[in-house]
Design a protein around this ligand. Structure first.
Ligand SMILES: Cc1cc2nc3c(=O)[nH]c(=O)nc-3n(C[C@H](O)[C@H](O)[C@H](O)COP(=O)(O)O)c2cc1C
Length: 385
């Protein structure tokens, strides 16, 4: 009798709305700071994403829907024609290579600096980021953001809707609303950053209002089946203290569950935590889980495959991986055959630089001599996004 090897369900196909994904592996959104100073994606980015087109789905990096939402230098934007044209080159290259892409929409809120965007950052309340922030002149003390007026809140909701339409014009299959990792939407959800006393602050029902309005506006603009949302329950990155994680997310998901969205994407999902199972039970649609791997690295030798399979067993539909995709353009093939993975060569180059540390990670078929090792490490930027 022969024992047939059973292939991991990570490599089984999945239907995400009208998209046929060839596998369950999603490339997580990763800000790589390779756009022009005014947010236009550069040709290098088309090469980078096309190299990773074997992912079931690529969620392209956080892109700002307006100027004041810019977080860091050289991040991508999606609010004018030049941004659309730049992204169009990227989506064309990925489609030609057989891939599928969503674009993440992110407003930084208090995670921004006048030296980067030229504007004073805005936030739910005038509560500054406790950390320093990376700017064109290196790390600087964060400035106190200005509390948004209700008019500004409405204008920002409208900006997200326009940005979503732009993303579709640029060739994306959909967008992911970034409500995670301590940026503007997360700042509205969390008690320590949202100290408003109007309809957008105070009670849980009020604090979820801004996120709901954005999701609804974006869904009205491009169709709910083309809209995903990313959340990070309990994550304290960027100085966030939600205060009532166990109340706020069930309320948020309860309000979103019937809207027919493309997916819910959960950062640092842990099947050993009750919250993961609460979320799975509360969400009737597609669930993308981003495993909780050591942060900062190094990554486990299997690149997170074991953690991914545990999450699929616990009810996730798709698995997103970040750093393993960053360092391994052919990650899907490597995980499928159990090949060893490239480690991340230089943490600094994750966030800053040109082609080096970006499009030069070798595939299994490349010659080992093509691996280059940067000699100069200016300084590290420990800001995760
Ligand atoms: C270089 C880098 C940039 C990132 N940028 C983003 C981003 O733009 N949006 C976001 O939601 N998460 C961002 N993240 C977080 C990743 O999407 C992911 O959640 C994180 O890397 C954990 O997954 P991993 O352990 O597979 O790397 C970034 C992570 C890295 C390493």
């Amino acid at each position: 009798m022969t024992i047939a090897s059973v292939e991991s369900s990570l490599f089984s196909p999945f239907s995400l709305g009208s998209l046929d994904l060839p596998n369950r592996l999603v490339m997580a959104p990763m800000t790589r700071n390779r756009a022009s100073a005014d947010g236009v994606p550069l040709p290098l980015m088309a090469t980078y994403y096309a190299q990773r087109a074997a992912a079931g789905l690529i969620i392209a990096e956080a892109s700002t829907p307006n100027a004041v939402g810019q977080t860091y230098p050289n991040i991508t934007a999606i609010y004018n024609d030049a941004h659309v044209a730049g992204w169009r080159q990227v989506t064309d290259a990925v489609r030609a290579a057989g891939g599928r892409m969503f674009l993440q929409l992110q407003h930084g809120g208090r995670v921004g600096h006048p030296d980067t965007s030229g504007l004073s950052p805005v936030a739910p309340s005038a509560v500054p980021l406790p950390d320093s922030i990376y700017t064109p002149d290196g790390h600087q003390t964060a400035v106190v953001p200005r509390a948004m007026t209700v008019q500004e809140i409405h204008a920002t909701v409208a900006d997200f809707a326009v940005a979503a339409r732009n993303a579709i014009d640029a060739g994306f299959a959909g967008v992911e609303v970034h409500a995670a990792n301590g940026y503007l939407l997360h700042q509205f959800l969390a008690g320590n950053t949202n100290q408003r006393t109007d309809a957008y602050g105070g009670s849980v029902g009020n604090r979820i209002r801004f996120v709901l309005e954005i999701v609804e506006a974006v869904a009205d603009a491009i169709g709910a089946e083309r809209v995903g949302i990313r959340i990070a329950p309990g994550l304290t990155i960027n100085g966030i203290e939600e205060g009532d994680t166990d109340t706020i997310y069930p309320a948020l998901l309860g309000a979103l569950a019937g809207k027919g969205l493309a997916y819910l994407h959960v950062v640092f999902a842990d099947p050993d935590q009750p919250l993961f199972h609460t979320i799975r039970a509360a969400w009737p649609g597609t669930l993308i889980a981003n495993p909780s791997l050591p942060w900062p690295g190094p990554l486990p030798a299997d690149g997170g495959k074991c953690a991914a399979e545990r999450l699929l067993d616990a009810g996730a539909d798709l698995i997103s991986l970040g750093r393993a995709f960053l360092a391994n353009p052919d990650l899907v093939s490597r995980l499928r055959i159990g090949a060893s993975l490239n480690p991340i060569r230089d943490a600094y180059l994750m966030y800053v630089g040109g082609a080096t540390g970006y499009i030069d990670y070798p595939t299994l078929t490349d010659e080992p001599t093509r691996q280059s090792h940067p000699r100069h490490r200016p300084h590290s930027r420990a800001t995760a996004t």
